[in-house]
Design a protein around this ligand. Structure first.
Ligand code: GLN
Length: 306
């Protein structure tokens, strides 16, 4: 497929999605997200050279949530390399994203960097190395998307803090095994601000570009080695949609990462990056219309890693 053919493909998907009933329910664990209409939809495709196409509400900022876990992983891996893997695993968990159950018999080492426990470890390590993990993330997203207006949504962050018992429990439990460096309240503040970043499909498709460019940032500098970029893509494929990662690989066939704000990013290595947003979620916390749209994209274009 030629790049100019992305536009008709996106138009086709948009028309199909508009006709599809049953779009799931928007996240309701914090009031700041519960107000979103599950039928809203946007989708963007970015090419490695920074050309970006979109349909629907592709320029509408939404709550990125767990999508940011990809960027903190990359930023920390770039700094500390393989030492990270002594503190967090890289196997799918088969459990919900906020689960505590595996942590005890695995001695405080979370299964992977994309469940909440693993993301807390990554943010903790990035915090130790930079003194401002969320600020580091925001600067990276602004630079890669070319959008200096990207910011935290402090209302969402405050809402997460007020309803943060479960993430606090995960952090304290791992701290009891010595797998958290920073004071738990400091870590939680960083993590909740990280989750609160508001960005659009266009911003996130562009910011994910380094994973399609095998580790090269928008300005041509290298963030990750080619091998590390492959590693991040692999962990996205196997763990990026939690206990639905098998089904996502089956339907979409791309490295992907979802968030409870209803966004999903996906990577076609060497070819393009995608971001889709629709707030209606399934019971595993993945956007219903988002997965459907990515499924249609890889089916219509033949672009998958398989
Ligand atoms: N802020 C959410 C949480 O920590 C992120 C979860 C998600 O997007 N899956 O529970």
């Amino acid at each position: 497929i030629m790049s100019s053919q992305f536009r008709p493909v996106l138009d086709h998907i948009m028309a199909e999605i508009d006709r599809t009933p049953g779009r799931g329910r928007s996240a309701d664990y914090i009031p700041a997200l519960a107000a979103r209409d599950p039928r809203r939809f946007g989708m963007a495709v970015a090419e490695p050279d920074g050309t970006v196409y979109g349909v629907g509400e592709w320029r509408q900022p939404f709550s990125t949530q767990s999508i940011t876990k990809v960027f903190t992983l990359a930023l920390d891996l770039a700094r500390e390399g393989d030492e990270l893997w002594e503190h967090v695993g890289r196997e799918p968990s088969g459990n919900p994203f906020n689960s505590l159950v595996q942590l005890e018999y695995e001695s405080g080492i979370p299964r992977n960097p994309f469940i909440n426990a693993g993301a807390l470890v990554v943010t903790d390590r990035l915090q130790t190395r930079t003194g401002d993990a969320a600020g580091e993330l925001l600067a990276f997203l602004r630079a890669e998307s070319g959008n200096d207006a990207l910011d935290f949504d402090l209302e969402v962050a405050a809402s997460e803090t007020a309803n943060g018992d479960r993430n606090a429990a995960l952090a304290h439990f791992m701290a009891s095994y010595g797998n958290i460096d920073n004071d738990v309240p400091v870590l939680l503040d960083q993590y909740f601000r990280q989750c609160s970043v508001a960005a659009s499909c266009a911003d996130l498709a562009l910011a994910t570009g380094f994973l399609a460019r095998h580790g090269i940032r928008a300005d041509g500098s290298r963030l990750l080695s080619r091998s590390q970029a492959k590693q991040v893509n692999a962990v996205m494929l196997t763990c990026g949609t939690y206990d639905a990662a098998g089904d996502f690989a089956y339907r979409v066939g791309l490295p992907g990462k979802s968030g409870v704000g209803g966004g999903i990013i996906a990577v076609v290595p060497g070819r393009c990056t995608l971001c889709v947003w629709s707030p209606g979620l399934d019971e595993r916390g993945n956007s219903v219309a988002g997965v459907a749209a990515l499924d249609r994209f890889t089916t219509l274009t033949g672009l998958s890693v398989f």
